[in-house]
Design a protein. Structure first.
Length: 124
């Protein structure tokens, strides 16, 4: 009986230690801002409805769309949940518009991206 109790305790400890490594530690966040064409925004400050068509063409050419965060003015780099997939197709309809993106951050080597789980038009 004592061995069974020790085994159960050991199993519980292993599970508790392993959970964060299995992705349970990722915190979901929601970030609101404007979908921008990263190249035109960084080079020229281009954004807004007047830049929508250009941003969509740049996205079609493979230039990453990003999020200009409300309140901070920071450019948030974005990634699709699926490997080897760009988020541009999902973001393209929102170019030049305010959205709320929900997802979790991934960070390595000083670079940080928001992995998208959902996109919704921002509430006014």
């Amino acid at each position: 009986m004592r061995r069974a109790s020790m085994g159960l305790t050991l199993f519980a400890l292993v599970v508790l230690v392993a959970l964060p490594a299995l992705g349970g530690g990722e915190k979901e966040v929601s970030v609101t801002g404007e979908v921008i064409d990263s190249a035109c925004y960084i080079r020229m400050g281009a954004k807004g409805a007047s830049h929508r068509e250009c941003a969509q063409q740049c996205a079609d050419a493979g230039i990453p769309l990003a999020l200009l965060e409300d309140g901070t003015g920071k450019v948030v780099w974005l990634a699709a949940e699926k490997d080897m997939e760009t988020p541009n197709a999902a973001l393209r309809p929102y170019a030049g518009q305010k959205v709320t993106i929900t997802g979790s951050y991934a960070e390595r080597g000083g670079a940080k991206i928001l992995v998208i789980s959902s996109i919704a038009p921002a509430k006014s």
